[in-house]
Design a binder for this molecule. Structure first.
Ligand SMILES: *[C@@H]1O[C@H](CO)[C@@H](O)[C@H](O)[C@H]1NC(C)=O
Ligand SMILES: *[C@@H]1O[C@H](CO)[C@@H](O)[C@H](O)[C@H]1NC(C)=O
Length: 221
């Protein structure tokens, strides 16, 4: 409530309380209501009412304008939240079959996008860039056959965070394997998060959406 609203409220209370504060005595009551028991629309009671009503007008006007400016500042805040905070993405490698092995680590580009709210995940480079300082959640998964290792690493800027790793089976027991891992972490605005396929390992995806990279802002800081 603004100072002005408070001030107007005080004026109304001050100018109208004189009679409403104290209960009329029995005798006065009789005078006010008359013999029929109905309120008399003149004298002290009438003055009281009109005083209250005229006093209320500016107060209501002030309240209404206060509410209006509150509403517009809330709308502005919501718009800002939409712009900066609505950040979430999910993508798969796409229908590509085997990816790797390469003789060096490579950044995986997840090309088939389910969702890219806020467009902070770059479908050309595979890199997610944090739009605001905040707490973020990421998950990754990977699938393939255990004839070769599968190694995927989540990286923040240059720093390794978490890894998915399948060791190859050396005996006859070859099988298909799927791994997943996830993390919640704090990012500064502009931090970059991405997944690297480790050297001499592989990963697979097809139309079944087996190998994913997802992330979203949990809350800004
Ligand atoms: C990787 O896994 C897929 C799906 O299970 C399989 O079709 C493919 O043959 C595997 N890649 C190799 C080279 O074994
Ligand atoms: C993979 O995702 C696509 C949507 O991008 C969907 O149409 C398809 O059904 C999904 N495949 C499977 C096996 O769930």
């Amino acid at each position: 409530m603004s100072h002005r609203t408070l001030y107007l409220l005080l004026i109304v209370l001050f100018s109208c309380n004189c009679s409403s504060m104290s209960e009329p005595q029995e005798k006065e009551k009789e005078e006010l209501t008359g013999r029929s028991g109905l309120p008399v629309e003149s004298g002290a009671a009438g003055n009281q009412q009109s005083c209250l009503i005229t006093g209320l007008y500016p107060l209501l006007a002030e309240l209404s304008s206060t509410l209006q400016s509150l509403k517009s500042s809330m709308e502005q805040e919501q718009f800002k939240r939409k712009e900066e905070y609505n950040v979430a993405f999910a993508a798969t490698l796409g229908n590509r079959g085997d990816v790797g092995p390469f003789n060096t680590d490579v950044t995986l580009v997840y090309q088939k996008v389910f969702l890219n709210a806020g467009s902070r995940y770059n479908t050309g480079t595979g890199i997610f860039t944090a739009p605001v300082k905040g707490v973020y959640f990421f998950s990754l998964s990977g699938h393939n056959k255990t004839t070769k290792p599968m190694g995927l690493r989540l990286i923040k800027n240059g720093e390794p965070l978490i890894i998915l790793y399948n060791h190859p089976l050396t005996d006859a027991g070859i099988r298909y394997e799927t791994l997943s891992n996830s993390i919640t972490l704090m990012l500064e605005k502009g931090d970059q998060v991405f997944v690297r396929l480790l050297a001499n390992t592989w990963v697979f995806d097809n139309t079944d959406n087996l190998t994913l990279f997802t992330g979203h802002l949990v809350f800004p800081l």
